[in-house]
Design a binder for this molecule. Structure first.
Ligand SMILES: Cc1cc2nc3c(=O)[nH]c(=O)nc-3n(C[C@H](O)[C@H](O)[C@H](O)COP(=O)(O)O)c2cc1C
Length: 355
């Protein structure tokens, strides 16, 4: 089985985390990922307290496994945060800003704290605040994201905050991506877009199908959304939402001054279409991973594929390592069993893999 120290820390079987995706959150989706051995996540961004409460209560009945609840510090819903603390989830995560004192409150409630960051400086700040796990989120991500790519960011964050465990996010849609993240020094992955295109995701079919047909280059940064809804993008870590194009985004991206003037009306349009289950008319939030996703599948099947592909990729690395004579004694004697992080750490240095 694909295990890393993150599994022990969170009490999960495999180091795969469902990103807590604001309006694409449901107890059913979170429970499906947790029941498949990963860490389900419930998002709170742009959601009512009633909807958040429903998901927290329902998730507890749908799974006995650990799950996470996410909060965005600069748009914090105090009532939802209090309810989160009382629910005592295994993990409370924060995104898009330094959580500050919220970290202590989460720890006092018995939760592990996970903070998603987009730069090395933010990672150091999160480490200072007492984060137990740091997610290094690359700029290719869906949702609000920064500039630095996952490939560039993850190893730098790993070095900067060691020994705090680091999870990679952004650009990962299959098991090869998971293997690559582990090679970069991460102990797990946080996936969003891959799970939107799942049977269980509470997204309109049009959103899921748009992901299936999209190319990576279709997922663009929608700067105009920060004109319409300045929070959370313009505060905290200063991020921009990545989305597939919609007529709404195309129209208003071409007249951003006017979008700022009509901010209230446009925000109401986004809210009302979302509440009516037609969010895709305004936003099709997705990462560059959309280009690699070609099927809408049940969560259980997605998880099985991710794990099998990651194990195959890691096993292949070990096999290649065996070709390098000086590295042979360092490999596991039974090199064909499932890779663990310990085994992974024994993979020879890159310059000995070339043969
Ligand atoms: C629709 C959508 C909504 C998101 N909302 C949140 C959120 O509320 N909180 C959060 O921590 N991350 C959120 N994210 C970002 C994810 O945590 C993660 O970094 C991202 O999905 C990784 O890129 P990928 O979607 O290509 O896998 C969201 C992502 C998507 C696609």
């Amino acid at each position: 089985m694909l295990t890393t120290p993150l599994c022990d820390l969170f009490g999960i079987d495999v180091p795969i985390i469902l990103a807590p995706m604001g309006t694409c959150t449901s107890a059913e989706l979170a429970a499906a990922v947790s029941n498949a051995g990963g860490l389900g996540g419930i998002g709170t961004l742009f959601r009512s307290f009633a909807a958040i409460k429903r998901d927290i209560d329902l998730a507890k009945t749908l799974t006995q496994r650990p799950f996470a609840i996410n909060h965005i510090p600069q748009t914090l819903d105090a009532e939802a945060f209090r309810y989160t603390l009382a629910a005592r989830p295994a993990v409370i995560s924060f995104t898009l800003a330094d959580p500050g004192d919220l970290t202590r409150a989460a720890h006092d409630a018995g939760a592990r704290v996970m903070v998603q960051v987009t730069t090395v400086d933010q990672a150091l700040q999160a480490a200072e605040s007492g984060a137990d796990v740091i997610i290094a989120q690359g700029g290719e991500s869906g949702g609000y994201c920064g500039e630095v790519s996952t490939m560039t960011l993850v190893p730098q964050v790993v070095d900067a905050v060691s020994p705090i465990p680091v999870v990679a996010s952004g650009g990962i849609f299959d098991g090869r991506g998971i293997a690559a993240a582990l090679i970069l020094g991460a102990v797990g992955v946080n996936l969003g877009t891959r799970f939107i295109a799942s049977k269980e995701a509470p997204a309109p079919l049009q959103w899921k199908e748009a992901i299936v047909v999209a190319k990576s280059e279709d997922a663009i940064k929608a700067e105009v959304l920060n004109d319409i809804t300045p929070l959370p993008g313009t505060a905290g870590f200063k991020t921009v939402l990545r989305s597939l194009p919609t007529d709404f985004l195309t129209e208003w991206s071409a007249k951003r001054d006017e979008a700022r003037r009509q901010r209230d009306r446009l925000r109401s349009q986004i809210v009302s279409t979302t509440q009516a289950g037609r969010q895709h008319e305004c936003l099709l939030t997705a990462g560059q991973t959309a280009g690699g996703i070609s099927e809408i599948l049940p969560v259980g099947e997605i998880m099985r594929k991710l794990i099998a592909e990651a194990e195959a990729a890691l096993t292949k690395m070990q096999w290649r390592g065996e070709q390098a004579p000086h590295s042979r004694p360092k490999l596991m004697p039974e090199a064909h069993s499932s890779p663990s992080l310990a085994a992974l750490q024994e993979v020879p240095e890159p310059d000995s893999l070339g043969g």
